[in-house]
Design a protein around this ligand. Structure first.
Ligand code: 3PG
Length: 305
């Protein structure tokens, strides 16, 4: 079986070596398409692929139509909003993700960015500390749980809300569960977003919500840019001159946000999961899932059932 690894943003070399060893070890063939710049390159590469491993690469109906032999796509990572799952289902293509494999990397970046933020982006002026601050975690999945674990090391007071996770499960992790998104923002100094981009969550982080943050509040987004209502956040930051917004997913209105000097920071590229460890974990998990699918039809991580 031909397995295409199509990554506009490539995996670390160690991860590619690991994926190759897994795929070839199971008697399958690996084809690499890295750092491609034109959609046509992807369309050509998928033409004879039986399986595909991607990161945030867009798997659109056009890509799926071009992939005449495709049976499975594995998104090496958590969020699969880049894959047209419904269309894949129509075409009998299994879509899977690799939950939890890169979550520590994203959680560590949250704290790298937060320390940078509370220390005024290292501008030499006196900043503040994370210890004792109230941190709200929006969605208590794999990343949210890792964020909670690290926050406790900083001696933060940790709160969480997750529409799909029972309060008891949050409390069992030693985190205070609140009843709503509103309550999370109302209670906290900092809110860290870990929600997926779905029709329900897109644009959901709006002025009414973020405006509830305590004075000198920080919104940190390492989830998806689509969940933020950018025009409302821009208007709110103009009004609430104490608020900071930090992200590793550059918003569409990056230039406008940059006007809030000292209150806004975005990494130039999405880089939460950009570590050798996360790439290796997610990449090898994807390769193993594909091997298992071809060996015995295993679809344990299917997300388009
Ligand atoms: C994910 O959904 O797993 C993360 O956002 C990482 O995405 P990336 O592989 O594009 O860095």
């Amino acid at each position: 079986m031909k397995v295409l690894v199509a990554t506009e943003k490539p995996f670390a070399k160690a991860a590619v070596d690991g994926i190759k060893a897994e795929i070839e070890g199971a008697g399958n063939e690996l084809v690499l398409l890295e750092k491609y710049t034109e959609k046509q390159q992807l369309l050509d590469a998928v033409a004879d692929a039986d399986a595909m491993i991607v990161r945030s690469d867009k798997v659109t109906p056009e890509v799926l139509d071009a992939a005449k032999q495709l049976k499975i796509v594995v998104r090496a990572g958590a969020g699969y909003d880049n894959v047209d799952c419904a269309y894949a289902k129509e075409k009998n293509v299994v879509v899977e993700n690799t939950p939890g494999q890169n979550s520590n990397a994203v959680a560590e970046l949250v704290f790298g960015l937060l320390v940078y933020g509370v220390r005024n982006f290292y501008n030499g002026k006196s900043g503040s500390e994370l210890k004792g601050k109230k941190l709200g975690i929006l969605a208590f999945g794999n990343v949210g749980r890792n964020v909670a674990r690290i926050a406790k090391g900083f001696e933060m007071e940790v709160y969480a809300y997750d529409a799909f996770c029972p309060k008891e499960a949050i409390e069992a992790a030693g985190v205070k569960a609140v009843d709503s998104q509103d309550a999370l923002f109302e209670n906290c100094d900092i809110v860290s977003l870990h929600i997926p981009a779905t029709p329900e969550t897109k644009q959901s982080i709006n002025a009414a919500l973020v405006g509830k943050l305590h004075k000198n509040g920080i919104l940190i987004n390492t989830a998806r840019k689509e969940v933020i209502n950018e025009p409302e956040l821009l208007a709110l930051m103009a009004e609430r001159t104490d608020l900071k917004f930090i992200t590793d997913i550059m918003p569409d209105a990056n230039e406008e946000f940059q006007k809030f000097e000292g209150r806004y920071f975005s990494t130039p590229k999405k880089m939460g999961a950009q570590t050798a460890e996360a790439n290796t974990n997610a990449g090898i998990a994807a390769a193993k899932q594909i091997n298992a699918f071809f060996a015995d039809g295993c679809t344990k991580f299917q997300v388009n059932k």
